[in-house]
Each structure stands twice: as structure tokens, then as C-alpha cells.
Ligand binder design. Structure first.
Ligand SMILES: *[C@@H]1O[C@H](CO)[C@@H](O)[C@H](O)[C@H]1NC(C)=O
Ligand SMILES: *[C@@H]1O[C@H](CO)[C@@H](O)[C@H](O)[C@H]1NC(C)=O
Ligand SMILES: *[C@@H]1O[C@H](CO)[C@@H](O)[C@H](O)[C@H]1NC(C)=O
Ligand SMILES: *[C@@H]1O[C@H](CO)[C@@H](O)[C@H](O)[C@H]1NC(C)=O
Ligand SMILES: *[C@@H]1O[C@H](CO)[C@@H](O)[C@H](O)[C@H]1NC(C)=O
Ligand SMILES: *[C@@H]1O[C@H](CO)[C@@H](O)[C@H](O)[C@H]1NC(C)=O
Ligand SMILES: [Cu+2]
Length: 647
């Protein structure tokens, strides 16, 4: 009996497991309010979190495939508006184009769980001729480092026809999201919500709202009318650059075709008069335009960002950069009726005046003095009185007393460790990001990745003059298969640098950091003046944002670094924790944290075309012996260049 015929045992276990898993399968669509509030289906992971119940297993089956907006499933939408809500009908902004989709939804299926639930997602890649991998943006993956979803950093990409099972514990709360980290797929539709809730009495701002409902997510994405690949590297004559054609709110909206607006339905957020709602806002943006969100007739109170609670801040409007999340409270106390949700593109989108609308709808309105939807307010939106207060203004133009409020001026609602506020860092790094411009001669010298800017420049993206390239095998799971000579060499300051003092190179940019060291990083924009605020996102961690601003005339990044070597200072006495921060144009952001999560973690600009051309580094936290063992049977990949015998 002992040698339990190994194969048979394995098969027995495998099939038992899959039968078991199917009973944890979550619905494809968000559940409605009543099912959620009454906890009517005990199997649902989207539920009101209760600190005393055991964590659940939440299982999802996703298929990624080539798909289209306004497919057969849409029937005669938008002529028949009902049909626009058919299962598998993706309307987007009413422009017909090919997309990539997960389970034929846009955004893809939501993951909504309670803290400490176990999330299992089977990703089946049905796309023609593409690989994929999914990153769980905001989830630390402590203990499940192999599930972070960064190609060639934590795993091999998932090949066409393969299924990869992501399996992790939702170990940090918040409004997060998921998206493909492979190529440009996120911009074509491979993205969706991921919410990790806690019991309301665990939320320091829990008394500020009555409801935190699945239907109150506001998922913001930018949208092209061609596929993302059609803008990469970018055409020279027809529509150069990568600017968004429109934005989507919860996958919906309208756009102009010529001078004619499409007629697809707007996203609608339903509320009842007198109630207070938590709205979870996700900046699933890819291109360089931040978006400014305003709800006509309503102020909003910001209570969290990137999964971390902040002291409530009441504002009129909110600017969201790629990768950022904000949780706000909306009090439905204006005249009952309908109000526009206005989303306007900034930076390069000011010129193109790209904007989108949604509708805030008071339900079961009873008075006869209803607030009707005003005419389309256009790009400019609503009048802004002098007292108008905007959170997260561009360029961090937020000097106290002005109407801007920067993330550095928010207060953390949790205690901030003393060492963050008072101790000089063990490591103080300057990371300067920018672009390498190819003239036509250097362009032909090598096959470096580049993109064509709207001004027809040929650019590759860099951090400390290095354009990141992927190794042939994942650093985390196959470090031994990554040849040392493709890693960037380390310079005197302990940071990787270009070989031979070159001012530009491509290599695998890995920065080694001691587990638990107190790290400070100055993220610094070295590109010539532009109106871009590059949002930097860290994997596996969050950081305290101590300061941000534009350099004063004559001040250099090196000056700032030098002053910070002997000077601990934070704009806020209780700085907030974030995992994504928009670095002011021609400026800097100072971030500080103690990395306690061992692994290989990506730190990168969240603009998609910048990360695709190298504006990234990998932070190697700790040593191989600190990492969990590679999961059994974990897929392997690499180059195949055997020696050639010429005899
Ligand atoms: C949590 O669940 C238990 C058991 O179902 C129930 O008795 C309790 O009232 C719940 N607590 C909260 C805060 O909802
Ligand atoms: C409109 O679409 C709905 C949903 O597909 C369908 O049931 C209904 O028959 C359609 N109505 C008309 C007039 O086509
Ligand atoms: C609001 O109206 C809908 C549809 O008429 C109804 O189902 C729902 O119960 C109403 N809700 C309240 C709180 O009255
Ligand atoms: C990085 O490149 C810039 C511009 O080419 C150059 O001025 C600078 O010296 C370079 N830095 C290093 C460390 O090579
Ligand atoms: C931000 O600063 C840059 C200069 O670095 C400037 O060109 C741009 O107009 C500023 N943007 C705003 C919105 O003030
Ligand atoms: C410390 O830094 C702050 C802001 O970064 C600056 O205002 C202050 O002058 C600095 N103090 C010293 C002694 O360098
Ligand atoms: Cu960037």
C-alpha cells in the first residue's frame, strides 16, 4: 500500500481539487445591491466584510481573446438602447474597433473580496499569437512573490492556449485593480477592478459613509480608436503620437465621429437621496493625460488613496494619474434628479479637448422639482469659483493657501513610524528618468526600442540613462538562467550605470536593496520642460510621499540629493502611503519606505509607452534565500542558443 502509485495519487488529488474549486467560482458580473447587502448568496466573495468570519476562497475563470466593440452580441445597439446592455456587448464609446477582452467584458470581471480571502484566477490565453500575464496592481504579494505578473521579472509569459493559475492571499486592503503587464494589452482592454474590503469598523473613515457597494466603482480608462499596437512605435505622417481619442467611465461613454456624437449609453451611478456613498475610483490610464473628475453639484471627500486611509479632505474635484486610486465619499443631498459626472483630459489632452461624461442619478425621485441633466457641458465643464479646490494638481502646484491640494498635504490616518519622520535613510538614491532621442544616424545603429512622439521625435525611455530591457528568463524564478553580463554594471554610488561611462545604454536594470533597510528615493524628471507628470508605481510595497515639487531655477537633482543627506523633512507631519505618485514636470518626488517584502519588484513609470521603451527598474529586495521557493511545476522559459560545432 505504501508506494501509493504516485501518478494515480496525483491524479486523484488534481481532480478532487478542481471539483472543489468549481464550487468557489465567482459570478462574471458584479452582483446587485440587494444580493450584496443581504449576503444572499453565501458563495459570493463580494460581500459585507465581517471581522469574525473565516476567509473565503474566491475562484475566477478568465479567457482573454481578440474581440470587438459593438459585436454581434450588441444586436442593434445603440438604436435599441436595451441591447447595449446585452451580455457580452461591449459598447465602449460607440466606436467600432478590435480590442482584447477578458470574458467579453470591459472593464473585465471584478474581483471583490475581503482582506485575507484567497484569490485564485485561472487565466486562459485565447489570443492569436500573443502571450500575456496579469499584474494585481496594489496587492503586495507578500509570500506569493511569483504571482506578481511581471513578464521576465516574476514569471514567464502565458502562451497562447495555456492556462496559468494565479493564487494569492489578498493581504492588503484597498481599491486596487488588475491589468495585463505584457506589451500594450492593458490599453486594448485587458484590465479590471480589484477591491479588497475590510469590516467598516476597521476603517478610520467608516463613519463617513453609509454604503460601500459593488456598483459604486468608477473605473477610468483612456481609449484609442485604433489598437494600441497601431501607435507603436508610431506613424510619422498619419496620426503620430499616442494620445487618447477618448476616455471611458466603467467602460462606457460617447465620442465624436466627425462632428457627430455616438449615441451609446453613459455610465450611470445610482444613489438615493440623503445617503452617503463610498466611491472607489481607479485610474486605469495608459497614455500621458491625467484626468480631472468632477461631479456637478457635489463636493467629494477623499478618504483613501492607493489602499491607504487619509484624513478626510473635502474637494470640488480630483486629478487622477495612471495607476492611482482614490476613494471618496459622495453625499447625495442635492436636489433629487440627474447630474453629470465630468471627466476631462489634461496635459496634452488640453489641446485635443478630450473629455467624457457619466450620470449621477438619484433613484426613486419623489419631488416635482427635479434637477434635470443640463446640456452637455463640453470639455470645459462647469464654472469653477475662486474657492474651487482640486486634489492632486499638475506640477504639484499646491503651495498652502492656494486652491490646489497635493498628496503631500494629505494626512495619513494611521500612525507613521518614527524612523520615516526622523531617521536619515540607510540608502538615498536618485533615480532620474528621461528620454534618449535618436537622430537618424544613431537610429540605424541598433535595434533599440523607440516610440514616435507627437512631435515626431524618436524616443527611448530611460532611468539614470539606462533603458530597461527584459532578461530572457524571469529574475525571480530562473535567476540562474539570466547571464550576468546582461545586467547593468554597478557604479561607485552603488547604482547600476551604463558600461564605460556611456550616457545611454540598454541593459537589465536591477538595483539591489538590503531587506528592511530604510530607503529613500528621489524620483526626478530630467527631461526638458514638458507638461508630463510621470506617475511612478512600485510593486510589492507602498512608500511614504515626503515631498514633491518642481525644481527652483538653478536647483539640480544633485543639490536636492545633497540636502536630503543631512535633512529629514516631510511636507505633511503624517505623510501618506501610496504605491503610485505623479512626479511634477521638471521636478521630483521624495519617497521613503522600509522594504520588508523580499523579491524582485518592478518600479516604473505607469505610462504604457514609456514602460514599453524602458522607463523601469527592478528593485531586488533581499537575497535568494529570503524568497519563498519557486512553486512546483512553475513554467520555465529562456533563450535557445546552443554552441555550434563547425567541424
Ligand atoms: C458577523 O457574522 C456573525 C455570524 O454570521 C454575526 O453574528 C455578526 O453579527 C456579524 N458581524 C457583523 C459586524 O456584521
Ligand atoms: C431591444 O433589445 C432587447 C435586448 O436585446 C430585445 O429584447 C428587444 O426585443 C429589442 N427591441 C427591439 C424593438 O428591437
Ligand atoms: C426604488 O424604485 C425601484 C423601482 O421602482 C424599486 O424596486 C425599489 O424598491 C425602490 N427603492 C426604494 C428604496 O424605494
Ligand atoms: C546622462 O545623460 C545626460 C544627457 O545625455 C548626460 O548629460 C549625463 O551626464 C548622463 N549621466 C550619466 C551618469 O552618464
Ligand atoms: C507644468 O510645468 C511645466 C514646466 O515644467 C509647464 O510647461 C506646464 O505648463 C505646467 N502645467 C500646468 C498645468 O501648469
Ligand atoms: C531641509 O529640507 C527642507 C525641504 O526639503 C528645506 O526647506 C530646508 O531648508 C532644509 N534644511 C536644511 C538645513 O538643509
Ligand atoms: Cu513616463
Amino acid at each position: 500500500m505504501l508506494p501509493c502509485v504516485l501518478l494515480a495519487c496525483a491524479i486523484g488529488v488534481a481532480s478532487a481539487t478542481s471539483v472543489l474549486l468549481n464550487s468557489y467560482l465567482q459570478p462574471n458580473d458584479d452582483i446587485d445591491r440587494n444580493t450584496y447587502l443581504l449576503n444572499a448568496k453565501s458563495n459570493n466573495c463580494a460581500r459585507i466584510c465581517n471581522g469574525t468570519e473565516a476567509p473565503k476562497i474566491c475562484y475566477y475563470q478568465w479567457t482573454i481573446e481578440n474581440y470587438v466593440t459593438l459585436s454581434e452580441a450588441c444586436d442593434n445597439c445603440p438604436l435599441n438602447v436595451t441591447a447595449c446592455y446585452n451580455a457580452q456587448c461591449i459598447t465602449a464609446d460607440g466606436y467600432e474597433r478590435s480590442i482584447l477582452s477578458v470574458n467579453r467584458k470591459l472593464p473585465g470581471p471584478s474581483i471583490e473580496v475581503c482582506l485575507r480571502d484567497r484569490v485564485i484566477v485561472d487565466i486562459t490565453n485565447n489570443m492569436a499569437g500573443r502571450t500575456t500575464s496579469i499584474h494585481w496592481h496594489g496587492v503586495f504579494q507578500k509570500g506569493s512573490q511569483y504571482m506578481d505578473g511581471v513578464p521576465m521579472v516574476t514569471q514567464c509569459t502565458i502562451h497562447e492556449g495555456d492556462t496559468f493559475r494565479y493564487d494569492f492571499i489578498a493581504n492588503n486592503e484597498g481599491t486596487h485593480f488588475w491589468h495585463s503587464h505584457d506589451g500594450l494589452q492593458k490599453l486594448d482592454g485587458v484590465t479590471g477592478n480589484l477591491v479588497v474590503r475590510v469590516p467598516k469598523n476597521f476603517d478610520p473613515n467608516g463613519q463617513l459613509y453609509d454604503f460601500d457597494l459593488p456598483e459604486h466603482k468608477i473605473f477610468i480608462s483612456d481609449w484609442l480608436h485604433l489598437s494600441a499596437d497601431d501607435h507603436f512605435p508610431g506613424l510619422r505622417a498619419t496620426n503620430p503620437g499616442q494620445d487618447a481619442n477618448s476616455f471611458l467611465i466603467n467602460g462606457r461613454g460617447r465620442t465624436l465621429i466627425g462632428t457627430q456624437s455616438t449615441n451609446t449609453p453613459y455610465a450611470q451611478i445610482n444613489v438615493q437621496w440623503g445617503r452617503r456613498y463610498r466611491l472607489r475610483i481607479v485610474g486605469s490610464l495608459c497614455t500621458v493625460c491625467p484626468t480631472q473628475l468632477t461631479i456637478d453639484g457635489h463636493k467629494i471627500t477623499v478618504i483613501a488613496t492607493d489602499g491607504n486611509s487619509v484624513a478626510p479632505a473635502r474637494v470640488d474635484s480630483l486629478i487622477i494619474y495612471s495607476g492611482e486610486r482614490y476613494d471618496v465619499v459622495l453625499e447625495a443631498t442635492n436636489t433629487e434628479g440627474s447630474y453629470w459626472i465630468h471627466l476631462k483630459g489634461l496635459a496634452t489632452c488640453v489641446g485635443s479637448r478630450v473629455y467624457q461624461l457619466g450620470v449621477l442619478q438619484y433613484e426613486n425621485t419623489t419631488t416635482n422639482k427635479l434637477h434635470a441633466l443640463t446640456p452637455d457641458p463640453g470639455y470645459d465643464g462647469f464654472p469653477q469659483p475662486a474657492s474651487y479646490r482640486v486634489l492632486n494638481p499638475e506640477n504639484a502646484s499646491c503651495s498652502i493657501g492656494s486652491t490646489g491640494l497635493c498628496v503631500t498635504q494629505l494626512a495619513n490616518s494611521d500612525p507613521v513610524p518614527r524612523d520615516i519622520l526622523t531617521q536619515l535613510p540607510d540608502i538615498n538614491y536618485l533615480l532620474q528618468f528621461g528620454f534618449e532621442t535618436f537622430d537618424s544616424r544613431s537610429f540605424f545603429k541598433a535595434y533599440d526600442r523607440y516610440f514616435v512622439s507627437p512631435f515626431l521625435e524618436l524616443l527611448s525611455s530611460t532611468v539614470n540613462n539606462i533603458s530597461f530591457v527584459s532578461p530572457p528568463s524571469p529574475l525571480l524564478s530562473q535567476r540562474g538562467d539570466v547571464p550576468d553580463d546582461i545586467l547593468c554594471p554597478t557604479g561607485a554610488d552603488g547604482l547600476p550605470q551604463c558600461p564605460g561611462g556611456n550616457s545611454y545604454c540598454t541593459c537589465v536594470h536591477v538595483i539591489k536593496i538590503k531587506l528592511g533597510a530604510l530607503v529613500q528615493i528621489i524620483l526626478s524628471d530630467q527631461s526638458p520642460k514638458s507638461d508630463l507628470n510621470h506617475p511612478f508605481h512600485i510593486h510589492g510595497h507602498a512608500f511614504y510621499v515626503l515631498g514633491m515639487g518642481q525644481y527652483a531655477a538653478g536647483q539640480t537633482a544633485q543639490d536636492l540629493l545633497n540636502s536630503l543627506k543631512s535633512n529629514v523633512s516631510s511636507v505633511s507631519p503624517a505623510p501618506v502611503l501610496k504605491d503610485t505618485v505623479a512626479v511634477p514636470s521638471g521636478g521630483y518626488a521624495i519617497i521613503k519606505f522600509r522594504p520588508k517584502n523580499p523579491g524582485y519588484w518592478f518600479l516604473h513609470c505607469h505610462f504604457l509607452y514609456h514602460v514599453a521603451t524602458g522607463m523601469s527598474v527592478v528593485l531586488q529586495v533581499g537575497e535568494t534565500s529570503d524568497y519563498p521557493p519557486t512553486p512546483d511545476g512553475f513554467p520555465k522559459c529562456g533563450s535557445f542558443t546552443p554552441p555550434v560545432n563547425t567541424n
